[in-house]
Design a protein around this ligand. Structure first.
Ligand code: GAR
Length: 205
């Protein structure tokens, strides 16, 4: 068990269905953590509305109002530190984070990605998996390091790719699994059940 003093910051850019999955898991009490803050780099993203609806502090931090990436990331860092956050969760946050941010929260940033990493890092990955002819795809929760989509893998879930699949159907099938494994990965971290051993994440009993 952990207390609800384990605090998350969730960084978003869009519709926020993964944020919603985390909120729902907290509200049914299967995830004993608290969301201290949701930050979006996109104005009016639906994720912010979801946060407001659940009385979670939220903030739009506009990258265009900062001179460069370092300054923007410093503002993110300050907002997150002000909430005494234990874990930063990227949930559809479509911005690459630099050294400064990553080093500040070393081994305390995780991301959800809609492919079976290390296959298909980057963007448009459902379409690329389909076009490549992969028979399976899925999703990955991983720690964030300086290599884009390259950090140690925490959890994965596999889905089949069918002959008559479309990008939309595959994305939907993957998203359903994202909503299961992301809250589960957060729970494993909050309960201190993971050990990093080089590139490997060992799951303690
Ligand atoms: C999700 O599919 C997530 O895996 C992906 O963006 C979507 C966000 O959906 N993230 C990435 O591609 C990051 N490289 P959501 O806003 O509904 O959670």
């Amino acid at each position: 068990m952990v207390s609800d003093k384990f605090i998350l910051a969730v960084l978003v850019s869009g519709r926020g269905s993964n944020l919603q999955a985390i909120i729902d898991s907290i509200e049914i009490r299967s995830l004993p953590v608290k969301i201290g803050l949701v930050i979006s780099d996109v104005k009016n993203s639906f994720a912010l509305e979801r946060a407001r609806k659940h009385n979670i502090d939220e903030l739009f931090l506009d990258p265009k109002t900062f001179p460069d990436r370092k300054n923007y990331e410093q503002a993110l860092v300050e907002q997150i530190q002000a909430k005494s956050v234990n874990l930063v969760c990227l949930a559809g946050f479509m911005r690459i984070l630099g050294k400064h941010f990553i080093n500040t929260f070393s081994d305390r940033i995780i991301n959800i990605h809609p492919s079976l990493l290390p296959a298909f890092p980057g963007l448009n990955v459902q379409k690329r998996a389909l076009e490549h002819g992969a028979r399976f795809s899925g999703c990955t929760v991983h720690y964030v390091n300086e290599e884009v989509d390259g950090g140690p893998i925490i959890l994965q879930s596999v889905v089949p790719i069918y002959d008559n699949d479309s990008e939309a159907l595959l994305s939907e099938r993957i998203l359903e699994q994202e909503h299961i494994i992301y809250p589960e990965a957060i729970r494993l971290i909050a309960e201190n059940r993971l050990t990093l051993s080089g590139r490997r994440v060992l799951h303690n009993k």
